[in-house]
Design a binder for this molecule. Structure first.
Ligand code: CA
Ligand code: CA
Ligand code: CA
Ligand code: CA
Length: 132
């Protein structure tokens, strides 16, 4: 029995540690994405971040993001949904996707993503697209 309790407490500690790391990451992301320092990310700030990510991951330097450049951010399904035409995302398609994820991550519809919203699953989805 003591062994079980010990194992549980190790698992709980591990959970606590990973949780702590995720939070530290997202507060660093908030800092980087919030140049006006009001504690929230508005859509122009998200788009500015997205533009930087877009350029950083477009490693072949053409005008579109291909599936291999989107690895870890969008799966094939996500790419399909975001791309109406040619199996790759141009900047306008990427920005439309960012806007959609922004709205999904902003359930209180106040035009901004606060830290709590950024830490939500929808916020983490958005974060992948706007911060690297
Ligand atoms: Ca801000
Ligand atoms: Ca490309
Ligand atoms: Ca396209
Ligand atoms: Ca909000």
């Amino acid at each position: 029995m003591a062994k079980v309790v010990q194992a549980l407490s190790i698992a709980a500690t591990a959970l606590f540690l990973t949780g702590g790391i995720a939070l530290a990451d997202s507060s660093a992301a908030m800092k980087a994405l919030d140049p006006d320092d009001d504690g929230t990310i508005d859509l122009p700030e998200a788009e500015a971040g997205a533009k930087k990510v877009w350029q950083a991951i477009n490693t072949d330097g053409d005008n579109t993001l291909e599936a291999d450049e989107l690895q870890g951010m969008l799966d094939a399904d996500g790419l399909d949904k975001a791309d109406p035409d040619d199996d790759s995302l141009d900047e306008a398609e990427y920005m439309a996707l960012v806007k959609e994820k922004f709205e999904a991550a902003n359930p209180d519809d106040d035009g901004t993503i606060d830290q709590k919203e950024l830490d939500s699953p929808a916020g983490q989805e958005l974060l992948k697209l706007i911060y690297k």
